[in-house]
Design a protein around this ligand. Structure first.
Ligand SMILES: [Zn+2]
Length: 107
């Protein structure tokens, strides 16, 4: 489920992008994907779309969803209720390393 969050560091606000294309609220996006048949093409499209969103999903840490603010680069724990929490830099460093190791993509 997409949720509107505000970055506690830079006040960037926006909807968290869905973790899969099928959760997307954006119908134009779903229609665009329907025209793509090649799996690689779909992946690239989703990646591009996710990276242009205000926040990007960066997996979970101890069961908590991790998001990255695309404006200031802060890592955030997004809770179901209440405001997102900025992730302490020490934990964020570990998360970043793990993400880059696992996905081969920059955090
Ligand atoms: Zn921010």
């Amino acid at each position: 489920m997409a949720k509107t969050i505000i970055c506690p560091v830079c006040n960037n606000s926006g909807s968290t992008s869905p973790s899969t294309i099928f959760e997307a609220d954006d119908l134009s996006l779903k229609d665009a994907v329907k025209t793509l048949t090649d799996e690689k093409e779909i992946r690239e499209y989703i990646d591009k779309w996710t990276d242009s969103a205000p926040f990007s999903s960066r997996g979970t840490f101890q069961g908590k969803p991790v998001w990255k603010c695309n404006k200031c680069g802060t890592g955030l724990f997004v809770r179901l209720f209440g405001k997102p929490q900025a992730i302490p830099s020490k934990i964020l460093q570990d998360l970043r390393n793990e993400w880059e190791l696992r996905t081969g993509k920059p955090f």
